[in-house]
Design a protein around this ligand. Structure first.
Ligand SMILES: C[S@@+](CC[C@H](N)C(=O)[O-])C[C@H]1O[C@@H](n2cnc3c(N)ncnc32)[C@H](O)[C@@H]1O
Length: 293
């Protein structure tokens, strides 16, 4: 039986409840119907009603829902996407971290919605390069995504042309060091084991707000090109979680087309870096929610 508009309507609601992702942001209805049909074939299910029933039971049996979300979500990413943010991190944020906190504790950094790892490895390169100039500097870099398939690809670290979109010269001019030292070439990524081990990958569903306690006591959060798939309530709830999780002076990096609502941005100082925003948690006593860390 063919998937029709009513089926999609039910599935849309279930996917949003589970992952926060709005189907309308993921492509047209025809494309979505095609992906749903592929998933039904994958699980040997003929009837849409039976498939919907399986999805409804995601709390008991997650395989169908996880696989559907993996197939629907957009994992587009490339090395040093939004280069100016990495430049800012390397030249401003990390030196400031060392000035403020000395070298007494590791800098805790997240790549949330890391997809296939290009963002996390770009961060690892920056952190390793900074470490080579500040030997006692230490960091704890974690990368998470809702898609286990993407996380596996990230760990395997094998990339096609699509992941190399910024000319190497441009990256090296902006950063002032040779990224090839860390295994990144024009169309190749051949990292050392040390660089690969610099990132810890894990499953995380950003819709599951209770699970986000792991973000507590963070210095830097990259959550780029993820919030665009969520509705404004979830975006605001996440902004509040990020705010509560960051140390004072901690930084939140969003994607080029993303910004926080006026309410959520309170308590952050906003830096506009060429094409993107960086939110810095104001270094003040007491915060907007009274939930200081
Ligand atoms: C467009 S990619 C962004 C990749 C990278 N951050 C970048 O900017 O290049 C969006 C990622 O968000 C992930 N994602 C979507 N919904 C999520 C959720 N509820 N929890 C965690 N990750 C999610 C997708 O699986 C996808 O890998």
């Amino acid at each position: 039986m063919e998937i029709n508009e009513t089926h999609i309507y039910f599935i849309e609601e279930l996917v949003e409840n589970y992952a926060g992702v709005l189907l309308e942001r993921l492509g047209n209805r025809r494309k979505i119907a095609k992906k749903i049909s592929e998933q039904m074939r994958l699980f040997n299910i003929d009837l849409p009603s039976e498939y919907i029933h399986k999805l409804e039971n995601y709390k008991e049996e997650q395989a169908c829902m996880k696989s559907l979300v993996e197939s629907l979500t957009v994992g587009e990413s490339y090395f040093f996407r939004n280069l100016s943010q990495f430049e800012y991190l390397y030249k401003q944020i990390l030196p400031e971290f060392v000035r403020l906190h000395g070298l007494s504790r590791p800098c805790k950094i997240w790549s949330l919605g890391c997809s296939t790892g290009e963002e996390a490895y770009s961060l690892a390169i920056i952190l390793k390069a900074f470490q080579s100039r500040n030997v006692a500097f230490d960091f704890d870099l974690r990368a998470c995504d809702i898609s286990n398939k993407s996380l596996e690809a990230a760990k395997n670290a094998e990339y096609t042309q699509r992941s190399f979109r910024i000319p190497l010269e441009e990256i090296e001019n902006a950063l002032g060091f040779a990224v090839s030292r860390y295994g990144l070439y024009h169309t190749e990524f051949k990292p050392s084991r040390t660089l690969l081990n610099a990132v810890k990958y894990d499953y995380l569903n950003l819709k599951d707000l209770d699970s986000l306690h792991i973000l507590k006591y963070s210095d830097i959060i990259f959550c780029r090109n993820v919030l665009i798939y969520f509705d404004s309530d979830l975006r605001d709830a996440l902004a509040e979680k990020f705010y509560d999780s960051l140390f004072p002076s901690g930084s939140l990096f969003l994607g080029e087309t993303e910004s926080l609502s006026n309410g959520s941005a309170q308590g952050f100082d906003l830096n506009n870096m060429k094409n993107s925003y960086i939110y810095k948690k104001a270094d003040i006593q007491g915060d907007k929610c009274g939930k200081n860390i």
